[in-house]
Design a protein around this ligand. Sequence first.
Ligand code: ASP
Ligand code: MG
Length: 413
Amino acid sequence: MGLIVQKFGGTSVANAERIKAAAKRIVETYKAGNKVIVVVSARGQTTDELIDLANELTDNPSTREMDMLLSTGEQISIALVAMAIHALGYPAVSFTGGQVGIVTDSYHTKARIRNINTHRVQKELDKGTIVIVAGFQGIDANENITTLGRGGSDTTAVALAAIMKADRCDIFTDVDGIYTADPRKVPLARKLDRVSYDEILELASLGAQVMHSRSIEFAKKYNVPLYVRSSFNNKEGTLICKEAKEMEDIVVSGVAVSKDDAKITIRAVPDVPGQAAKIFHEIARKKINVDMIIQNASIENRADVTFTVPRSDLRLALETAEKIKNDLGAKEVLHDSKIAKLSVVGIGMRSHCGVAEKMFSVLAEEKINIQMISTSEIKISCVIDDAHADRALRAVHTAFGLDKVEKEEVVKV
Ligand code: ASP
Ligand code: MG
């Protein structure tokens, strides 16, 4: 007998039919002899609809009231899931985040969990009750309702699994698992049986958004195995876990492309000590996240500095860059928002060489120009023209042997 946390995303509880299906799964797990904690998200598009409603009233809603509003979505789901379980004849009780003592800091709409009071959950589990907890929400030290940021129900589930020392945390969602690339862009993408926390953290930040990044960080820190699977079928999903030695045999686990960045170049910056510090000090002061940076070798004592920022911050970044240009006596500021970042990720890169070379060769064969390159221990990223992004993605996917091999089906009459 084990303790299992099961999280159901918004699409998995979107309507009565799906809530009944979720309840059936929960009861099956319970009947197999397990204690079960369930975490649910708001139904379907509820959270988006609530945000739209608030925006119709004001351009600048108070974040405290926003949390009060958004937390209602999950509160509806937990009650309905509990009722559906009762209808099947099994004991269940629903709780809001506050009721089970999920205490967060006070940063409304992006709060972080500080600690969880396990007493009430444990008491119910001991009685043999299925415990249903509202995802995405908590309370701060003054009992104000807080929320954890969009997609935060994953984090509630993982945090509960960690603190309750659950044997497994199932994430039921609307996809079959985690793929080698986004299947909408790469039809030959293959489902991964297993992937490490580090790989998924890199892939998630690259736009392969399957799970809330913070939930993976949590899972990694507390070593909670996550099993991502579809709530619509019984297919095997993907296990996200600590890396094991044999996982390094696979050099590249996934490829991803993101079009969320823009590139800025400050041309002809005088090449004297301290310039880079000044540039990035100003950018950081505006809370703009810089991803890649390159500086050319200087010509006549002047160098070009190029960096990428989130596209959503481009305007602010350009204003800042103009000011820096004047202060430093640089020549001009250029920018390009039609760029894409193509990345390959794999823990096997640590022990294999030639990965970067292979990626560059593929892009060369496709006649795609590389504008910037950055690497980490388990990732290589290239900035390219965004018009070629999807073609580049497919070519790299094929080159690293990630394409799925269709099983030959010989149907003879
Ligand atoms: N309902 C919240 C959202 O839509 C939290 C979640 O779904 O995980 O972002
Ligand atoms: Mg969601």
